[in-house]
Design a protein around this ligand. Structure first.
Ligand code: CO8
Length: 264
């Protein structure tokens, strides 16, 4: 599939999806979401991909939300379909075998914040602005915001942001725990790539096991989560990467993880 509304590329194991409708502040319309889904197919089918990074084209926005022109034309059933498709596409990020980093530059509002919240973690430029302003449009977040934000920062803080629709700056997002790190505007992608390279050098099987254990474990009770971790740990030991990692330590040399390439 060729892409008009996003850009997709992969170099040295780091795939990058760039939302690319800068004139509309990279707002998510149906066509873009379809391309996003196809790009995630690429990520899933390419064993060379070790980390995925999401970012926005231009210097103003990551994603300024779902496309309000399209929302304005929807009836309830169309809205349900649009919201479900978008939410499912975004939720795919949590199920990918590889970690996903959101590199948030400029506005990440509504669906933009929701997209970033579904990533494994977020780095933000100083200019980044987060918020769930749907309440100002007479609607509520529809791409997972009412579920992921309370789980991440606690229900009381999430309620305040969702009920007021208030936009927050990168430093407040850092204090609230939405963002892991705030970078100078021109340094965001370098910082993201540096962390992505560190992750890309790790074992593919262990990364996938860690991601699944964390994400599934967050939705179950502690005892079930610990049982899940125990199984995932045992599976890691069956992978060549565990032999390589432990062997390299004992031989006092750096580990080189090649991992099975057909493990999906
Ligand atoms: N949708 C469509 N177009 C947009 C959007 C958007 N979300 N955001 C910005 N644009 C367009 C503007 O209309 C404008 O276009 P034009 O130049 O043709 O007039 C262009 O981008 C530039 O925007 P501004 O001139 O407004 O730029 P400013 O710097 O003055 O303001 C803001 C930037 C503050 C980001 C402002 O554009 C804004 O408030 N945008 C809307 C933010 C918003 O409300 N987002 C939430 C959308 S709803 C949502 O995400 C719900 C998710 C679940 C959906 C479920 C579907 C059923």
């Amino acid at each position: 599939m060729s892409f008009d509304h996003i850009m997709y590329g992969c170099e040295d194991g780091i795939a990058v999806i760039t939302f690319n409708r800068p004139k509309a502040l990279n707002a998510l319309n149906a066509a873009l979401l379809k391309e996003f889904d196809a790009a995630l197919d690429n990520v899933e089918s390419d064993p060379a991909v070790r980390v995925l990074v999401l970012t926005g084209a231009g210097d103003k926005a990551f994603v300024a939300g779902a496309d309000i022109n399209e929302i304005n034309q929807l009836g309830p059933l169309g809205a349900k379909r649009f919201a479900r498709r978008g939410a499912e596409g975004i939720t795919r990020l949590t199920r990918l075998a590889v970690p996903v980093i959101a590199a948030v530059n400029g506005f990440a509002l509504g669906g933009g914040t929701e997209m970033a919240l579904a990533c494994d973690f977020i780095y933000a430029a100083q200019s980044a602005r987060f918020g769930l302003p749907e309440i100002n449009l007479g609607i509520i977040p529809g791409f997972g915001g009412t579920q992921r934000l309370p789980r991440l920062i606690g229900p009381a803080r999430a309620r305040e942001l969702i009920y007021t629709g208030r936009m927050i700056e990168a430093d407040e997002a850092l204090r609230l725990g939405i963002v892991n790190r705030v970078c100078a505007d021109g340094e965001l992608m370098d910082a993201v790539r540096e962390t992505a390279r560190l992750i890309a050098a790790k074992g593919r099987v262990a990364l996938r096991a860690a991601k699944q254990a964390i994400n599934t474990g967050l939705n179950v009770d502690l005892e079930s989560g610990l049982a899940l971790e125990n199984d995932a740990f045992a599976l890691c030991l069956a992978s060549p990467d565990a032999q390589e990692g432990t062997g390299a330590f004992l031989e006092k040399r750096p580990a080189v993880f090649s991992g099975p390439l057909d493990d999906d």
